[in-house]
Design a binder for this molecule. Sequence first.
Ligand SMILES: Nc1ncnc2c1ncn2[C@@H]1O[C@H](COP(=O)(O)OP(=O)(O)OP(=O)(O)O)[C@@H](O)[C@H]1O
Ligand SMILES: [Mg+2]
Length: 376
Amino acid sequence: MRDRLLMSDQTLFRDRDVCELSHIPDVFNYREAQLNEMAFAVGPALHGARPINLLLKGIPGTGKTSSVERIFDELSYTTRRVVPVHVNCQFDHTQFMIFARIFHGVFGHTPPTTGLSIRRLMNEIGNALVTRQQVLLVCLDDAHFIQAEGVLNHVLYPILRLYEGFPGVRSGVFLTVSNIDTDLKKVLDPSVMSVLQPTEIYFPPYNEEEVRGILQERVRRAVYPGVISSEMFDLIVEKTMISGDLRVGIDLIRRSVLNAEKHARQSVVPGDVDAAYEISRYIHLESSVRALSRDEKKLLGQIASYSRDEERMMTSGAVFNAVREEVPMGYTVFYERLRKFEQLRLINLYSRRMGGRTREISLRYDAEKVAEECGG
Ligand SMILES: Nc1ncnc2c1ncn2[C@@H]1O[C@H](COP(=O)(O)OP(=O)(O)OP(=O)(O)O)[C@@H](O)[C@H]1O
Ligand SMILES: [Mg+2]
């Protein structure tokens, strides 16, 4: 009989879903302070009053979306007073798509036709909230994706001013952004800003001990004992810290074990982790680049091409001269963008015996890969 290619019954996984990035973990530590503040913001809504609007800020993989999911889940289970609606702005990026998502949250189904005007959608949403005496709470997750072209303004305004057309209706928003230097005052109209008045909650990157704790829990649930030795676990933690993104660690566990399975081993060896890292390490690059504006992406792509072509060390002045034709901007904007890339851990900036704002630049990722991620 022919050897079976699929469905080998040998597996090292106890539960492979646990290492999927979409998995919602049962144990969620180290975010008590943020969760408490979020619960506090929701508090008034439980009594039919307006919730406190929030801006949740933190680099990718710091638990913003997971925290919102936890609060919203609890709301759905415990009260009918509040309608929580989670909008992923990477997917729902137009005003219509977002209101259709809110409609879905309120009625449990998508609007009957796509031809409905936004005004009609708003009307139906507003009337339902009045009748049911419910408070609307919308999370615009990854809101930086809809900053450009004013979509964020055009969505926030009607949500926050719902009470004008529908007396008695209360509504609030949670915004999440992974551009930590997002300044909403610069992005939003003063009329929107004045009703939004968000409280900011910061999600700092997890430190090594926290990463260790989170990954330990995943390993415990995902694989059988002995599959990942303590040495291999240390290696996974070390690589996660270098990458600066918890997601890399979660993905590394999965890929390392898959590699071991592929070679019919009972446990993970260093080669399995190394090979996995060559793929997992770019999850951060991918998600950070995802969070950049078109011009920022273009600039980063140009820096990558420049570093590929130049043997010499890159200084900010030289890079500025090399890229300004492709990406027109003044030095101040250029410098702000560099700082942002540094904050997102895409580049390193060093100041070495060079006066003023001149810095040495190095990419934290392979130039080829960065250029590819930025669209060639
Ligand atoms: N405290 C934690 N305990 C366990 N798992 C966590 C914790 N924080 C984050 N995670 C896991 O890490 C991954 C990334 O978390 P999450 O999606 O919430 O980050 P984020 O801040 O929304 O990132 P992004 O800005 O890229 O959207 C998820 O798979 C999540 O389950
Ligand atoms: Mg998120």
